[in-house]
Design a binder for this molecule. Structure first.
Ligand SMILES: [Zn+2]
Length: 345
């Protein structure tokens, strides 16, 4: 089975280079000096368990299940980039749309989120995706991918090319091959194009893959930083602690971001303090299903984000979470929760 997957992957590899309505909060991306000043300083006494003192964000922290969000005060943002963290239940899918009509997908959610994902693409009138990037071959990230290929034209599929013998992945690779869609392994150092004024840096994985981890498929997730003007969004897939260690060692300068897609649905096996400090995000999105069986997001991760004064948005509580930016300011909106979690069906 493994060799069949590996063979399918090899046959797909064409080239390793890619030329390739409620306002929740609105924030202006701060200049670099301010970002540096905002980065938490390590307490002098490490045993002293106090949160670093940071300037307060411009919006209110959510209270309880239904957060109260400050409305926009600076008018509508002319979008350079819109990112919709789609409520696909327990999994990840984020739709990227640019002002000049380009779009791409980072992950395609689990099978139970597929209907909503395709409905969203149809509702937005998206018939072509510049690329579909699958961070790693687990069901909660690739489960909807084959149906997306059936619903819209995908110009390129990007994935880690990490052999993972599950039937869903084999069938997906077969569909990619059948449709003759260029398949590109994501590797550190690549840049993916997505319309004017938006670029996507591939930070990880690289070869050799991480081979000692709790989950090697997770650990070799594609990590990307999407850049739209001064606004940066870091996508981490289901990164593990080992991924974060590699990122800190090899990509430290590229980790700084305004918005963090929290790794692995808020699992305790990622989002370490050194990583959160290097990213220094003001806002974060957790993509997970309500009442999921994994206990995501874990309390430790939520506590770590709170200690770092990161405003958290959650698809299990707020439905589709939409981030839009003109390249200087960004704002969040949410639409009602739609996809029932597997546990509730
Ligand atoms: Zn996952």
């Amino acid at each position: 089975m493994r060799s069949r997957t590996a063979l399918a992957l090899v046959s797909l590899v064409l080239t390793a280079t890619v030329a390739c309505e409620e306002i929740l909060a609105e924030v202006t991306a701060p200049p670099e000096e301010e970002r540096a000043a905002r980065r938490p300083r390590r307490p002098r006494n490490r045993r002293q368990n106090t949160a670093p003192q940071l300037p307060q964000p411009q919006y209110q922290q959510p209270q309880g299940q239904q957060p109260a969000f400050a409305p926009s005060t600076v008018g509508p943002i002319v979008n350079r980039l819109r990112v919709t963290f789609v409520d696909v239940g327990q999994g990840d899918a984020a739709l990227l749309e640019t002002a000049d009509g380009h779009s791409a997908l980072i992950d395609a959610g689990p099978p139970e989120g597929d209907e909503h994902l395709r409905a969203l693409l149809a509702q937005k009138g998206i018939r072509t995706l510049d690329w579909m990037l699958l961070t790693h071959p687990h069901l909660d990230h690739i489960g909807g991918a084959r149906n997306v290929l059936g619903a819209v034209r995908v110009q390129r599929v990007i994935d880690p090319a990490y052999p993972h013998p599950i039937a869903t992945y084999d069938r997906l690779l077969a569909a990619i091959q059948q449709q003759a869609i260029p398949f590109v392994p994501a590797r550190q150092g690549q840049t993916l194009a997505l319309g004017a004024g938006v670029s996507v840096e591939v930070l990880q994985p690289r070869l050799p893959f991480i081979d000692r981890s709790r989950s090697e498929a997770n650990a070799n997730s594609i990590v990307t930083r999407v850049i739209a003007g001064a606004v940066r969004v870091l996508f981490t897939g289901d990164a593990e602690t080992e991924t974060e260690e590699r990122l800190l060692a090899e990509n430290r300068a590229q980790l700084a971001a305004d918005v963090l897609k929290v790794a692995h649905h808020g699992s305790r096996y990622a989002s370490t303090q050194p990583f959160l400090s290097a990213v220094s995000a003001r806002a974060a999105v957790i993509s997970c299903g309500a009442g999921n069986d994994y206990g995501h997001p874990h309390a430790e991760t939520l506590a770590a984000l709170a200690r770092n004064n990161v405003q958290v948005y959650r698809t299990d509580q707020q439905g589709d979470v939409e981030l839009s930016t003109d390249g200087a300011r960004y704002q969040f909106r949410a639409t009602p929760w739609r996809v029932p979690s597997a546990a509730m069906r």
